[in-house]
Ligand binder design. Structure first.
Ligand SMILES: Nc1ncnc2c1ncn2[C@@H]1O[C@H](COP(=O)(O)OP(=O)(O)OP(=O)(O)O)[C@@H](O)[C@H]1O
Length: 665
């Protein structure tokens, strides 16, 4: 850890670099209406050739940009208003467009609906960020592009890491059924993030206006409020340099805005989990905007913020997250830690903990203490930063306590607006209406119910083909629900089943089953890749969804139950994954004892403690789902179960049914 740099600590009105002129202060006007606006606002590294090519020739278009927030106001007035009352804008409806197209307009710019993409202003992990102007209104936006392929890959990786409930960008509570994750549209890959952003209406949180999927091609887009002044400050993860951008008072003002934004999130049971200067942008009038809710989490139970998940940037991660198998931690407390690291960066221009490698930085964060430069003269700041970067999360300062902190309030002279006013303007909980809207966005309710019905029918048909006996109670209720769903919600009411219950159940089942299918698909894809590389004999991958192992099944061994010795297996599931619920546990309670006799089904012994139950997936001709396989026995279907109760649940029949249902829907 470097401790050689010694930032000069300055009084309230002095810039931290000790200079008398401010190079990038909030008062420094970045004037809208010319391409140089963006040149000033963004580090040159993120401005690409694309941008420079349009800057001179098309400045008129940019000049037409009519952002409401580009009126520059002084820092003093905006911070004063933040302390008395804040301007909460009206909640905007987030539009979803699923069949957008992207074309080149007469001026040579790409056009996405009414948005003219003027140039690249940044790069994210999943694609570029463009500056765009609405051709009708002249308002500027930041349009974030996502590669669907990259998102899918990440989503599948998340399935293994987190289980089906914790997938996607932006997550809902793990225990909650997630009707938003049915992935019937590519937009569902970002639905968690969209669902969170839809709920939020706060001056310090970036606004989302529209999400668009371009059916042809790999891209989809999120249209955000344009934060004209770009990132708050660039932070190097390895360098220890002094970068003095903020006056002491500016530093306080920025931190106050971060507190207000995070308080708003926390009160509404959302943790951001990736607070860092990179994710803090500024609008034209210097208002701090928290962005990037890609790893954020929304909790269903009021006040409960315990999570097992790790997310965020290593240098900003709380010590309790910097260890394997860390168990449940408070999401709110981890956000507060990241705020502490961010404040340290703002004040001293560098990170409190630096290291060349992730493992090392985790160790440093866990075990070492940061250094407060000797030149620091404000004891209030020293006390505050120590309370923020307190290693014990239960002793760490809370947002509530931050409100009264002497440095934050400048000894009470610069109080924050009240908590009630700050947090009033949000939809705190997902309502029934929200769920309905979300479902309508991924397809009509009828389609969902149809898909669930087909799925359940498939399970039942398959179960009977595999000599599986469903417990009578389950069979009856399955039958009832199937009929209900077949006949629509009206007949649900007629049969005494509450529509909501039935719908909820349907959504839950569909989400769970689609998760399961995605899981198997992704495992099979990995296994296929591996074996293609090794030039294995003709065959196909099979997957044991119980143990999470994938195997290569040579074609000639396909029907031989005694030849199912795995080889070349790829271990793909974690212990956590194995603990995840299963389709069986939600739909039927098939047990090993209800399966066909072990003699006809049991595989040869394997090197694994739990012998694999192998379900062929999209197997070529001999066992593919076709009319002849409809009536085959479990043996012919190559259901080679171990003790798993899941045998037969994800066989070709069920999977093919899903594929067909996806196509037809
Ligand atoms: N709303 C916005 N207004 C202006 N510039 C933005 C906006 N959003 C992003 N940018 C620019 O694009 C860059 C990349 O942003 P983005 O959030 O995509 O990156 P990221 O942190 O890698 O996120 P992710 O991991 O979600 O892709 C930012 O650093 C910023 O320069």
């Amino acid at each position: 850890m470097d401790n050689t740099t010694t930032p000069t600590i300055l009084q309230d009105d002095q810039p931290l670099d000790g200079s008398t002129t401010t190079t990038l202060s909030f008062e420094t006007g970045i004037h809208p209406g010319s391409a140089s606006t963006m040149m000033d606002a963004y580090p040159t590294s993120v401005l690409t050739d694309t941008l420079s090519s349009f800057s001179s020739t098309h400045s008129s278009l940019l000049g037409g940009c009519n952002n409401n927030n580009t009126t520059l106001s002084s820092m003093a007035s905006s911070s004063a208003s933040r302390r008395s009352s804040m301007q909460f804008s009206k909640q905007v409806e987030v539009k979803e467009t699923r069949d957008a197209s992207i074309t080149e307009n007469a001026d040579g710019f790409l056009q996405l609906k009414q948005y003219i993409l003027k140039g690249e202003i940044g790069k994210g992990a999943f694609g570029k960020v463009h500056f765009a102007v609405d051709e009708n209104t002249g308002v500027g936006y930041a349009v974030k592009e996502f590669s669907k392929a990259k998102l899918r890959k990440k989503d599948k990786a998340n399935l293994f890491k987190l289980g089906p409930r914790g997938r996607g960008r932006g997550r809902r509570a793990p225990e909650a059924p997630n009707p938003l994750s049915t992935e019937s549209s590519p937009l569902d890959l970002i639905r968690g993030e969209v669902a969170i952003l839809k709920k939020l209406n706060h001056p310090n949180i970036v606004k989302l206006f529209e999400v668009l999927d371009v059916a042809e091609g790999d891209s989809m887009y999120m249209v955000f409020e344009w934060c004209e002044k770009g990132v708050l400050m660039p932070v190097s993860l390895t360098e220890t340099y002094d970068r003095s951008l903020f006056k002491n008072s500016e530093c306080r003002d920025v931190f106050q805005q971060i507190i207000l934004g995070i308080e708003y999130l926390h009160v509404h049971d959302i943790v951001h989990r990736d607070i860092k200067p990179d994710n803090l942008l500024r609008s034209g009038d210097g208002i701090v905007k928290i962005v990037d809710f890609g790893v954020s989490e929304m909790f269903d139970k009021k006040g409960n913020d315990m999570t097992r998940k790790s997310a965020g940037s290593p240098a900003f991660m709380a010590p309790e997250l910097c260890q394997l198998h860390h168990g449940e931690v408070s999401g709110r407390a981890t956000d507060v830690w990241s705020m502490g690291v961010t404040l340290y960066c703002l004040r001293y221009g560098r990170l409190p903990y630096v290291s060349e490698s992730i493992l090392e930085i985790h160790r440093v964060i866990r075990e070492e203490n940061f250094i407060v430069p000797e030149t620091e003269m404000d004891s209030r700041f020293v006390t505050l930063i120590k309370r923020l970067l307190e290693k014990n999360p239960t002793e760490r300062i809370t947002i509530e306590q931050l409100r009264d902190d002497p440095w934050v309030t400048n000894d009470g002279k610069e109080q924050l607006i009240g908590k009630e006013e700050n947090t009033k303007d949000a939809v705190a909980e997902l309502t029934e209406q929200d769920l309905r809207d979300a479902i309508q966005n991924v397809g009509s309710l009828a389609t969902i119910i149809k898909a669930v019905t087909r799925f359940k029918r498939g399970i039942k048909n398959h179960a009977s083909r595999a000599s599986v006996t469903l417990p009578s109670e389950t069979v009856v209720s399955e039958k009832e629900r199937t009929q209900d769903a077949d006949e629509g919600l009206v007949s649900n009411t007629q049969t005494g089943v509450e529509p909501e219950n039935s719908t909820e159940k349907a959504k839950e089942l569909l989400a769970s089953s689609m998760d399961r299918v995605a899981l198997v698909d992704s495992k099979l894809e990995d296994a296929k890749d591996q074996h293609q590389e090794k030039a294995e004999p003709e065959g196909y991958p099979v997957c044991d969804i119980e143990t999470g192992m994938c195997y290569w099944m040579p074609a000639d061994k396909a029907n031989s139950t005694s030849e199912s010795e795995p080889k070349g297996e790829a271990k793909v599931a974690s212990d956590e994954r194995r603990k995840e619920d299963t389709i069986a546990s939600e739909t039927t309670t098939t047990t090993a004892s209800t399966l066909a006799p072990a003699s006809s089904l049991a595989p040869a012994s394997t090197s694994h403690p739990s012998s694999p139950s192998i379900s062929p997936r999209l197997k070529p001709s001999s066992t593919a789902h076709n009319s002849s396989s409809e009536s085959t026995s479990s043996e012919q279907l190559n259901l080679t179960p171990g003790p798993s109760r899941l045998v037969g649940k994800l066989s070709p029949g069920v999977l093919a049914m899903f594929e067909n249902s996806e196509k037809s829907d």
